[in-house]
Design a protein around this ligand. Sequence first.
Ligand SMILES: Nc1nc2c(c(=O)[nH]1)N[C@H]1C(S)=C(S)[C@@H](COP(=O)(O)OP(=O)(O)OC[C@H]3O[C@@H](n4cnc5c(=O)[nH]c(N)nc54)[C@H](O)[C@@H]3O)O[C@H]1N2
Ligand SMILES: Nc1nc2c(c(=O)[nH]1)N[C@H]1C(S)=C(S)[C@@H](COP(=O)(O)OP(=O)(O)OC[C@H]3O[C@@H](n4cnc5c(=O)[nH]c(N)nc54)[C@H](O)[C@@H]3O)O[C@H]1N2
Ligand SMILES: [Mo]
Length: 800
Amino acid sequence: MTTEADRIADPWGERTPYDRGTPWPARTDRHLAPGLTEADVERWVQTASVLHSNGDAMDIAVRHGRVVGVRGRAGDRVNRGRLGPKDLYGWQANNSPDRLTRPLVRRNGRLVPSDWDTAMDRIVSRTRHLLDERGPGSIGFYTSGQLFLEEYYTLAVLARAGIGTNHLDGNTRLCTSTAAEALKESFGCDGQPGSYEDIDHADALALFGHNMAETQTVLWARVLDRLAGGDPPALVCVDPRTTPVARRATVHLAPRPGTNVALMNALLHEIIRRGWTDPSYIDAHTVGYAELAARVERCTPRWASRICDVPAPGIERAAEILGTAERLTSTVLQGFYQSHQATAAAVQVNNLHLIRGMLGRPGRGLLQMNGQPSAENTRECGADGNLPGFRNWQNDEQVAQLAEVWNVTPDRIPHYAPPTHAMQMFRYAEQGTLRMLWISGTNPAVSLPELARIRSILGQERLFVVVQDLFETETAQLADVVLPAATWGEKTGTLTNADRTVHLSDKAVDPPGEARPDLDIFLDFAARMDFRDKDGGPLIGWHDPESAFAAWQRCSAGRPCDYTGLSYERLHGGTGIQWPCTAGAPDGTSRLYTDGFPFAHPDTCESYGKDLVTGAPDEPVEYRSLNPDGKAVVKAAEYLPPHEDVSPDFPLQLITGRTVHHFHTRTKTGRAPELNAAAPDVWAEMSGAEAAALGLHAGDLVEVGTRRGAVRARLRITPMRDGVVFVPFHYGYWDTPAGHRPAADGAGRAANEGTITDWDPVSKQPLFKTCAARVTPVEPGTGTERHRTAHTARTARSAR
Ligand SMILES: Nc1nc2c(c(=O)[nH]1)N[C@H]1C(S)=C(S)[C@@H](COP(=O)(O)OP(=O)(O)OC[C@H]3O[C@@H](n4cnc5c(=O)[nH]c(N)nc54)[C@H](O)[C@@H]3O)O[C@H]1N2
Ligand SMILES: Nc1nc2c(c(=O)[nH]1)N[C@H]1C(S)=C(S)[C@@H](COP(=O)(O)OP(=O)(O)OC[C@H]3O[C@@H](n4cnc5c(=O)[nH]c(N)nc54)[C@H](O)[C@@H]3O)O[C@H]1N2
Ligand SMILES: [Mo]
């Protein structure tokens, strides 16, 4: 079946029901520019989605050297041909007339068009000057979860061994550093245990703080198809809002934001009390169970019901589903990762799977999800706070191994302290020790918390800011040099999705004007800086995507993310392949931990663990005595109240997140007419009871204010907990009249005007989902706005 339906009204498309344990049927989705048919397409070029972490495989349609549409790849293991709304329409951003086509440099306070030599000279001379005057610690790199593996790896080598700075992180810090950290805490190492195929086999699915229906629409279609087929799974949803996931749930728990640990402890309490654990699995494969059992002993459902404001019988019912399932698959995402006690909460989901022996078998799946298309690569390549190949900065042997791969002495690779996290880099810039920040593929002037602060940091005279992007974003407007980048469809590289599936994305068309692939920009910089290895050869010996991939393969050898069995050739034509892929496992590996936890061993682990309350790293000796044989670590955590709780002045909890039609700061989806029309401006959501209590109506213009800033938005009434206000975080100001820029009083339309500068102590991920707020009326809505809100709610309902 090939479908070209209106995927704005129905994001998930037609059902293809299937029974438990059978393969998910194919359905090929396609969208071409108006008036074109497949006969008009000159070439189809293979790629995968870059607008979420699902890794939906597709072909780009090319005509007259331009992208004119997309079609899902039915043979791919991830999506079996399906595509979501952002993928069907988002490609139009490639052709946007306002793409950056030339480098820009700041002259007399203004960004003016320039050329590559001038722009790169400015960067290189500033870099050399800072290295001479202040040393490598004055230079930082802030990258993305949206470039390709080859680009991150190159950046990691040039930053860590070339410049010699410890200040390299990705926006993955805002996204899934908690996923990585939770996996390290429990299994000694990052790396996704489960596989999407677990959904085909599960008899129970649990989604923890994950609105999969809107954020991974194709994976949700897979769940909907299971729900429509024979022997459907039970579904547990944990989310304060009545999301489309919640509407389909067998049990929906809507906890007070920030209380996930209390809820998880009560679920674990019930499972232990009712005897639903797997004692032989616990004995054979874990350490730390006794401490967990003691920790949750008094965490009854009644106890949690008071903290989470969830009825105790609901918790008991959910515990029964989780506790009695034969094949439990869980997913975790931002409702945990960006909320209070993020890592501690995510680790409790790992504990649930460990004490029930729910790992390493079909349907026994655990997915500490990713968000961005190539976040996995940022992490494995060490372009965030890890060393490449999931190597442990505290383990000298692993650092020495990396030094050998790079042919440098170990002291060239900074490892005297944990790699600097993004929030700390911005702090260093604020304090003035960081003097140059090179930002690639991310838009922090919209996506970081407390935007007034971020704008003032990036706007400082003394900080030299380089921005590498497709568009003149809010962040680019604050830069000293702007480099025009090529993007998806205009360059070749690989990307790895949330279930470890590696896809090749081929170049389909030329980039506009002088825009260049990020890889070429990083290689050009490395060449101009003339970085050398210890024998005087070039530090970076590769010159194109395929040779960069080969270099990465050598670095990954023997590590959990082993790519040595892959090649561009193998990734061509067929389906994506899951790492580890080696000579011994040439077709990849569907599940990790089918037989123990090899990377939890003290010699091989990526991390010795951290204190779940303070985040202080444990010492190697502590870890070795806790876990001498390398088993999974069951790590208990105590519930603690949120840092910023409600008060009489700020009586509501603000949570921020996503809507199905937009991706992040909308630089791509805001330029696709169908997606923009579906959600053109920011709004705020509240429950009917909460709005009534404040005397507000749907359609009213309100101000959602916190101690730091405010957003003005039209109000929508949607089902969710009372006491909560939700604002999508997608809206910056690039597409609004100048008057819409944040006003002098800070009121804008970016949710992050109001969010708090605070992060999880363990993963250092910012807490975008828990702060105190108030909602005040600005101007009553008109009749049509009230009607529009009602209509939107109706569409969402009928689309279930
Ligand atoms: N349409 C769309 N899809 C996307 C993206 C996008 O921008 N748009 N971005 C991609 C990326 S990078 C990411 S990271 C993912 C994110 O995907 P998700 O995590 O699914 O999306 P969010 O909306 O950020 O948050 C999920 C849910 O967390 C709930 N929540 C808030 N606070 C709490 C809490 O304290 N406890 C619990 N249990 N739940 C809470 C919110 O109500 C929300 O429904 O989506 C990816 N896919
Ligand atoms: N309040 C609140 N804030 C949040 C979140 C939230 O839920 N609430 N979620 C957080 C999360 S999970 C995430 S992932 C972040 C996302 O935050 P950002 O990363 O800031 O958001 P994007 O809009 O995806 O920015 C990516 C930028 O890269 C550019 N780009 C795209 N492709 C390429 C390429 O190939 N090369 C180059 N050089 N540039 C490219 C795009 O034009 C865009 O400007 O936001 C975080 N911020
Ligand atoms: Mo993300």
